[in-house]
Design a protein around this ligand. Structure first.
Ligand SMILES: [Zn+2]
Length: 580
């Protein structure tokens, strides 16, 4: 992806009125300093979605959706990052830096897209009525409209049909090679990678062809499915076959059904189930899981009922666990032996397949079933302990929220043992978050209070004078506070949304966005005072920490001259501070 400087993004967000951007798409109601609405990312009756013009971010207390104007456009309008930036820049009348645009229009990339598009057209043209490939697709019940929707074609037999048609000069042969369309033998001879196969173009999120999958016509040929290799345009661990078509076919995607093959996706579409996607010959990766949930709140994974299918399901589960924010659901459907979604939807129709989906196993149940496999006997204490032991690392991956709590509860029911040793450090239940007091907090949450203020008013950090004494303090959260101060010093225009984006994907992200969403009482002057008081107290604690260290050393081994000088200085400073 092209890189835009942080400074550019900060400036763009600072000049964007997030209320205007979101208000144009969702009816907003003013409430004090913020605006509220019914969340566009999950179904709800009462509004728990808020937009803050001062913090430049939105946050949903129901499903946890949050982000900047950029991420809102990415999620709501389903734009790519750069397209969202373009859109906001246009509104704000800002130029997107030229090097970025050039990067996008990289002539090499453009030529690769070009040659893949030509290849797709070549394959489509080769799929003529009356041929074996045409017969095959007709037997599978795929009509002309669905073939066109998916751009299905045919790669002729022989070794050089595509190369002869498109490789008119060495530069174009090299383009075909780099896009994975040609193979090379030991003697350096170059020939068509896909031969005598039904061809399924794989599209990126903008509908451009980035690769192909080919399926054999005769059952005795192998491999049954052949994919393009990884190329600069195609990373199979990050792409989902059919997602482009799903987006075209659905205004709002309520669910996605993940299947194994192209034929499964296309057959489901043919029968009116237009939310099917396939991974491309790989297990479900964390990137896939993220992509799936970014597009739909409910995800159904279909697997073969055999041992291999169970293993694939376990891997998919591991990829989705860290992404199970509230409002998201995952289900696992195991198909009878020898069946796949293609055969089922052809034999039973859409209602039959839907009925099976309705019976799919929810993640919560699948996880405990999976953990209790290979002979754990829950009737025994030992069995319970072993289940608890296995569940711990899995449940620890769940983001904080109602789902994690429920899973925790379930584990306790099953075993009588809690998996989380301590409650998460920052846990603000949604209902209480709005009026959680940040002021007059007990001593232990000084750091938390400073972090909260800094998240909400990042520019407070600019008032601090180095050296920052508090960074040496040994307390939970100090590293985070230090990092926040460093970010704001480096990016003085940064807003809350961009600060949160910086932590995206990290363990602290959820806790931070909860703190950022707290509605602080008081006004700016009060916050500034509270922040500098908190930092001053932390500085004092740091000083005391060092004094205690030196005093301990004095007792144990005595102090040298430098130590003594330092101690004197510290005691003086402490006296001065206490007096002033
Ligand atoms: Zn929501």
């Amino acid at each position: 992806m092209a890189r835009l400087s942080d400074a550019f993004i900060d400036d763009l967000l600072a000049r964007t009125d997030i209320v205007e951007v979101i208000g144009a798409r969702v009816p907003l109601k003013r409430q004090g300093r913020e605006y509220s609405a019914r969340c566009p990312f999950h179904d709800e009756r009462s509004p728990s979605f808020t937009v803050s013009p001062t913090k430049q971010f939105y946050h949903c207390f129901g499903c946890g959706a949050h982000g900047t104007a950029i991420s809102f456009l990415m999620n709501f309008d389903r734009l790519e990052f750069l397209d969202a930036v373009d859109e906001l820049a246009r509104r704000a009348g800002i130029e997107v830096p030229r090097e970025t645009r050039q990067h996008n229009e990289n002539p090499d990339t453009r030529d690769m897209f070009g040659v893949l598009d030509e290849a797709a057209r070549f394959y489509r043209a080769a799929l003529v009525p009356g041929t074996e490939a045409d017969d095959y697709l007709s037997r599978r019940g795929l009509d002309g409209a669905i073939r066109e929707q998916f751009g299905i074609g045919y790669a002729p037999g022989g070794f050089s049909a595509l190369k002869d048609a498109l490789g008119s000069d060495p530069r174009r042969v090299s383009l075909l090679e780099r896009t994975g369309m040609l193979s090379k033998n030991d003697r350096g001879h170059v020939y068509d990678k896909f031969r005598d196969r039904v061809m399924f173009p794989i599209h990126d999120r903008r509908g451009r062809v980035i690769a192909f999958g080919g399926r054999v016509l005769k059952p005795e040929d192998s491999p049954k499915y052949l994919n393009s290799p990884e190329t600069p345009l195609f990373h199979k661990g990050r792409e989902l076959y059919g997602l482009w078509q799903v987006r075209q076919a659905n205004q709002k995607i309520a669910r996605l059904v993940v299947v194994e093959g192209y034929m499964d996706v296309v057959a489901l579409f043919q029968h009116g189930i237009s939310q099917a996607v396939a991974t491309l010959g790989t297990a479900t990766t964390p990137d896939h899981a993220e992509l799936l949930f970014r597009n739909a709140p409910d995800v159904y994974f279909c697997f073969d009922g055999d041992a291999a299918g169970r293993r694939a399901a376990a891997r998919a589960m591991e990829s989705v666990l860290p992404r199970m924010k509230d409002g998201r659901q995952a289900f696992f459907l195991f198909l009878p032996d020898g069946e796949d979604p293609d055969t089922i939807v052809r034999n039973e129709g859409a209602p039959g397949f839907e009925a099976r989906l309705a019976q799919a196993t929810p993640l919560s149940q699948f996880l405990f079933d999976h953990l209790a496999e290979d002979g754990i006997n829950l009737a025994t204490l030992d069995g319970k302990a072993r289940l608890a032991e296995r569940a711990k690392p899995m449940l620890a991956q769940l983001p904080d929220g109602a789902f994690a709590d429920l899973m925790q509860q379930r584990l306790t029911e099953l075993t009588g043992v809690g998996a989380r040793s301590a409650p998460p450090e920052v846990h603000v239940p949604a209902a209480r978050a709005r009026r959680a007091p940040a002021g007059n907090a007990p001593k232990r949450s000084l750091v938390r209070s400073a972090i909260t203020l800094l998240l909400q008013k990042p520019q407070l950090a600019l008032e601090l004078q180095p050296p920052y004494r508090f960074v040496a303090l040994r307390q939970p959260g100090i590293d985070l506070l230090t990092e926040l101060v460093a970010i704001v010093s480096a990016r003085p225009d940064i807003g809350t949304g961009a600060v949160l984006a910086h932590f995206e994907g990290r363990q602290e992200a959820d806790a931070l966005h909860k703190l950022a969403a707290i509605d602080l009482p008081g006004d700016e002057a009060g916050w500034a005072r509270e922040f500098s008081d908190a930092i001053a107290q932390l500085d004092r604690q740091t000083l005391q920490q060092r004094v205690d260290e030196l005093l301990a050393k004095q007792r144990e081994e005595g102090l040298d001259a430098t130590d003594k000088a330092e101690l004197r200085e510290l005691l003086q400073a402490r006296g001065a501070r206490a007096g002033g």
